[in-house]
Design a protein around this ligand. Structure first.
Ligand SMILES: Nc1nc2c(ncn2[C@@H]2O[C@H](COP(=O)(O)OP(=O)(O)OP(=O)(O)O)[C@@H](O)[C@H]2O)c(=O)[nH]1
Ligand SMILES: [Mg+2]
Length: 708
């Protein structure tokens, strides 16, 4: 086998395998979607969504590569050589009759080849897109886009001879196709000689050599044609040197034409082998002059073929065969068909033209898949993670606005509890069952308190022991409303908090939060308000957080023991009555506001609001008392954040963040509220699967084979 251009088989990219990976949306999918719905996505569908052009480019690059793969099995041979040595005649031996007729052969200058003519299989024109690419590749190599060789014989001959051309037309390669080449699977570059005088104004020898160099880059073998008598011609040596310089590593062959019968093949071998050796020629072919009858024994062809060649009207073709040193192995002895030049295509490795072409296409596929496609998908996924994190944080800060009790400096000192009916009942019950005798004084407490059901109104009425308590409840309501204690969340306030914590930029998937009275703006604001209201209602309904009953009772009992005796009766109300009043007051807040309000307060805040400062201090100071409320509050914060995320179409936390409470870091907990579909627009969240990245790297190494 002649020299090889393939680095190794694994450099070859298998498009169909790659394509199936790119369109896999299942086991080998590129994308893991986690929000708004869980699932997987293929590389191609992700890219189509992001950039339809880049998607088209990947598919087009793959298709081109696939077609070029087929073409790249076919070699192209440069046929260069001495003036009039029969280069075009040699090329013509590979062509069909009609193709042969389009070539221009003859010994006069008007029959000389003065352009580069590239003969390619007709089949290659079938794929218009690929043919176009091929032509531009040839144009790139030679420096000018090619021109087609005419089907009209006269015009074609004129082009071949550069009749109305000039030195510049030499730079424009001619391209012709022939069906006979489909079967042989070979391309042939018919070159002009490189000695024709500059006086012809058809390009100087220097220009011709330079062009030959460029055109040769398309070829996978170099065939130098000479006549038998030129063995000592310096130009032949030049040519062989040029061939070696231009295309190192490319197989070079020598074809000696018009050999006269007195010079037997072994003599031809003897004459040319020193030259061949010194220029790294792999094989020497010879063809005997078909116009001399005594050449017959040296023409390895059937009698019919030879007879037709001797017909004066025939268009004879030289029959080249590779010659050997040993006379017995050459004609007239019979030789194997594999020694004929016509068998050359099978002996050549894949074409350099297409090898380079394929490499170029492979690189553009690599760029399309990695640089244009993958990078976009990856960046988009990273972007989604960052945007989601920002949105989650904005909603967390907004939630903390109501669930965190901050000091003047902004430090969170404790978390607030949503004072839901459930929590208030628990507190009330616990206070009731653990209250010492003196605390019960004046409270007609009965066991029914443990089983209070019905609406908040009834509940409140049952717990409120006197007019005084009712007044106290009124006070606590006012204090909450004025913002002195606890947090009061309404849709409007929630929206303001979201806005204050950068909702406008963090929740870009929602319309802008408007502040003007513009009509569309008002509609946008309405949408935000409705969402905020929906979030509050949902939280109120779905918040089943309760205090740990056993620990609560222990904590309350502990508190009772710590209340200093002189304080025990100082409050005007008995302690239990005062506590009930405070709790009842909290429950009454929503009744005044309508339903969409959430009151939040820590237990110490409740006491403080009612002037039970000592209780507040004791509760806040004790480790067990404090933790009962904080634990539930943390759950509620997580739940409310989850509801906000659901409502505003943001993924819930995948990794739970920690918040700082009293200088200590407290990790948020997983929400217990079931996820619901978003209320409006959503922020998608996905990631690129590492397994996919690895597999893609295997099928299509990112920076080419070197960086595998
Ligand atoms: N007698 C004889 N003539 C041949 C043989 N091979 C080619 N010729 C003739 O040699 C002449 C030149 O052949 P071409 O094929 O045109 O040679 P070329 O090398 O292409 O010529 P340029 O392109 O002008 O350099 C033609 O008239 C051919 O018929 C052969 O084996 N014997
Ligand atoms: Mg010629």
């Amino acid at each position: 086998m002649f020299g090889s251009f393939r680095d190794s088989d694994d450099d070859v990219i298998d498009w169909s395998g790659l394509h199936s990976l790119l369109e896999d949306d299942d086991r080998r999918a590129a994308i893991e979607r986690s929000y708004p719905t869980e699932g997987r996505d293929s590389y191609l569908s992700a890219l189509r969504r992001l950039d339809a052009r880049a998607y088209d480019d990947v598919l087009a690059a793959g298709r081109k590569l696939q077609t070029a793969e087929k073409l790249s099995q076919w070699p192209t041979v440069a046929v260069a050589g001495m003036l009039n040595s029969g280069k075009t005649s040699l090329v013509a031996t590979f062509l069909s009759e009609s193709g042969r007729a389009r070539t221009l052969r003859g010994s006069s200058n008007s029959e000389g080849t003065h352009r580069f003519v590239l003969w390619l299989p007709s089949a290659w024109r079938d794929d218009a897109e690929l043919w176009g690419l091929l032509m531009s590749r040839i144009g790139d190599a030679v420096g000018n886009p090619p021109e087609m060789l005419s089907d009209d014989l006269d015009v074609a001959h004129g082009q071949y001879n550069n009749r109305d051309g000039n030195g510049l037309a030499l730079n424009v390669p001619l391209v012709a196709t022939d069906p006979a080449l489909d079967a042989t699977g070979i391309g042939l570059l018919d070159c002009p000689d490189i000695v024709s005088d500059a006086d012809l104004l058809l390009g100087s020898p220097l220009q011709r050599r330079e062009l030959l160099g460029r055109a040769a880059t398309l070829c996978s073998a170099f065939l130098v044609v000479t006549s038998a008598e030129s063995s000592r011609d310096g130009t032949l040596g030049d040519l062989l040197r040029i061939a070696a310089d231009l295309m190192p590593g490319v197989p070079r062959l020598l074809a000696v034409n018009k050999v006269r019968p007195k010079q037997t093949p072994d003599l031809v071998y003897e004459t040319f082998s020193p030259l061949a050796r010194s220029h790294g020629i792999e094989s020497i072919y010879a063809a005997y002059d078909f116009e001399i009858p005594s050449s017959r024994p040296f023409i390895p062809a059937t009698d019919a073929v030879v007879a037709s060649a001797f017909d004066p009207d025939a268009d004879p073709s030289p029959v080249f065969f590779s010659i050997r040193e040993n006379a017995d192995e050459n004609p007239p002895a019979s030789i194997g068909d594999d020694r004929l030049l016509s068998a050359l295509p099978q002996r050549l490795d894949r074409g350099a033209l297409f090898e380079k072409f394929r490499l170029a296409l492979q690189n553009s596929l690599r760029t399309a898949v990695w640089e244009d496609g993958f990078k976009k998908i990856d960046l988009d996924a990273d972007g989604q993670v960052a945007i989601t994190a920002k949105a989650q944080d904005c909603l967390l800060q907004s939630a903390l606005e109501f669930f965190a009790h901050r000091e003047v400096g902004g430090e969170v000192t404790e978390l607030r509890l949503h004072q839901s009916e459930r929590i208030i009942r628990q507190l009330s019950e616990s206070f009731a069952v653990t209250a010492p005798w003196y605390a019960r004084w004046g409270v007609r407490l009965n066991a029914k308190v443990r089983r209070v059901f019905g609406g908040a109104g009834d509940f409140v009425r049952q717990l409120t022991p006197s007019a005084m308590a009712e007044r106290a409840a009124g006070e606590i309501k006012d204090k909450f409303r004025r913002g002195e204690y606890g947090g009061l969340m309404t849709p409007e306030r929630l929206l303001q908090a979201i806005d204050r914590y950068g909702g406008e930029t963090s929740l870009k998937h929602w319309p802008p939060i408007s502040k003007t009275s513009d009509t569309t703006d008002t509609a946008n604001r309405q949408q935000w308000l409705e969402a905020a209201e929906a979030a509050i209602l949902r939280f109120e309904r779905d918040d089943f957080t309760s205090l740990d009953p056993r620990r609560l009772d222990e904590a309350v009992a502990q508190m009772w023991t710590e209340v200093p005796t002189h304080q025990k009766l100082a409050a005007g109300l008995t302690p239990l009555a005062a506590t009930f009043a405070a709790l009842a007051g909290v429950l009454m807040i929503p009744l005044d506001f309508g339903t969409t309000v959430i009151a939040s307060a820590s237990i110490p805040e409740l006491f403080a609001a009612l002037g039970l400062g000592a209780y507040a201090t004791i509760w806040a100071g004790g480790q067990s008392t404090r933790s009962v409320g904080q634990q539930a509050a943390r759950q509620q914060l997580a739940d409310f954040h989850a509801v906000l995320c659901d409502t505003f179409g943001v993924s819930r936390f995948k990794k739970l963040p920690a918040i700082r409470v009293r200088g200590a870091s407290e990790k948020l907990v997983v929400s217990k509220i079931v996820a619901r579909e978003a209320f409006g627009p959503t922020l998608p969240l996905c990631k690129v699967r590492d397994e996919f990245r690895q597999e893609l790297k295997k099928l299509l190494p990112r920076g080419g084979s070197s960086s595998k």
